[in-house]
Design a protein around this ligand. Structure first.
Ligand code: M3P
Ligand code: FE
Length: 310
């Protein structure tokens, strides 16, 4: 197999202010599939076409935001190796036993210098997408419920020390830099888009003084038409929309940013291009062109993009 190491985003655990209101939002408006609840009161969701048990988990808390973001790795040997590599690099890691999250194997957790908790895991129970694996239909009822994204695609996180974060992802975890926005003096990166795959990004970070902030979790739609339909559904349900529908210059992704009932931003997204790891020259945006990077048609650096995080 050509894909090894870290495979893809696996799960995000997000704090919400009112659990049942959020369940209704994520299940009936965003159209995720509820797959379980645990003794801690967490509610587990997956997107309709994901085969693993869960990719988005919510728990009720006094403040919104991200508890942790996890990547699935190829297998247990890879998990052991990456844990050793992280420690050799100088990061402290922690093991969370299998079963602490429903249907999920042992996790390796570590804190980034940006203040975000990251996890790696190798095993999660496959529950399938409901269409079977023999002569499957291309889609089923679950895609038609709510917005109905295909998968959890990526996250954009805000925090300090983005240069150190970039080193950890590129030197230890096997990611490569796809795009970046420079700081106003052109000396450093204000924001970075990293891929561990053929996707235009699996995770992104922006420099921000406060640690551990969530800018958005992004959900993949299949077509631009589906992004526009997502916008219709948001409006029908009075969802607070931040930006879009529009296209990012950075990644060329077609997007809507909106907020869940607790103020956690999420994105419905499609498109972009397909980089390979031999893309050694990241696409670079100067700070004065950040507006096009964010919103290509409007060339507008929306104030909320820089200031509203949970
Ligand atoms: C994305 C995304 C910029 C934002 C780009 C955002 C340059 O690519 O997926 O959210 O401001
Ligand atoms: Fe995004």
């Amino acid at each position: 197999m050509a894909m090894t190491g870290v495979l893809r985003p696996g799960h995000a655990q997000v704090r919400v202010l009112n659990l049942e209101e959020s369940v209704r939002f994520y299940r009936d408006v965003l159209g995720l599939v509820e797959t379980g609840r645990d003794a801690q009161g967490r509610v587990y969701f997956k997107c309709w076409d994901e085969r693993d048990h869960s990719s988005y988990v919510i728990r009720e808390a006094d403040s919104a935001g991200l508890d942790f973001f996890a990547f699935k790795v190829l297998d247990k040997a890879t998990l052991e190796k990456l844990d050793a590599d992280l420690q050799a690099y100088g990061l402290k890691t922690e093991r969370i036993p299998a079963g602490e999250m429903l249907a999920t194997g042992e996790r390796v957790r570590f804190e980034l210098p940006s203040g975000h908790l990251m996890e790696l895991y190798a095993e999660k129970t496959a529950v399938g997408n409901g269409l079977g694996v023999v002569n499957p239909a291309p889609w089923g009822r679950e895609r038609e419920h709510g917005i109905g994204p295909v998968r959890l695609d990526h996250a954009l996180l805000y925090g300090p020390n983005v240069a150190e974060v970039q080193k950890i992802f590129t030197e230890v975890l096997g990611f490569y830099l796809v795009e970046r926005v420079l700081t106003p003096d052109g000396e450093n990166n204000a924001a970075i888009w990293l891929s561990c795959s053929h996707k235009v990004h699996d995770i992104a970070f922006a420099e921000y003084p406060e640690k551990g902030k969530l800018h958005h979790c992004s959900f993949l739609m299949e077509t631009w038409e589906q992004v526009l339909r997502a916008g219709d559904i948001m409006s029908m349900n009075k969802v607070a929309v931040d930006i879009g529908p529009t296209r990012h210059g950075v990644t060329r992704g077609c997007t809507i940013y909106a907020w869940d009932p607790s103020g956690n931003r999420f994105e419905t997204f499609m498109g972009g291009y397909q980089p390979y790891p031999d893309n050694t020259e990241p696409l670079t945006w100067t700070f004065d062109n950040f507006g096009q990077g964010l919103d290509y048609p409007q060339r507008k650096l929306h104030e909320t993009f820089l200031t509203v995080v949970t």
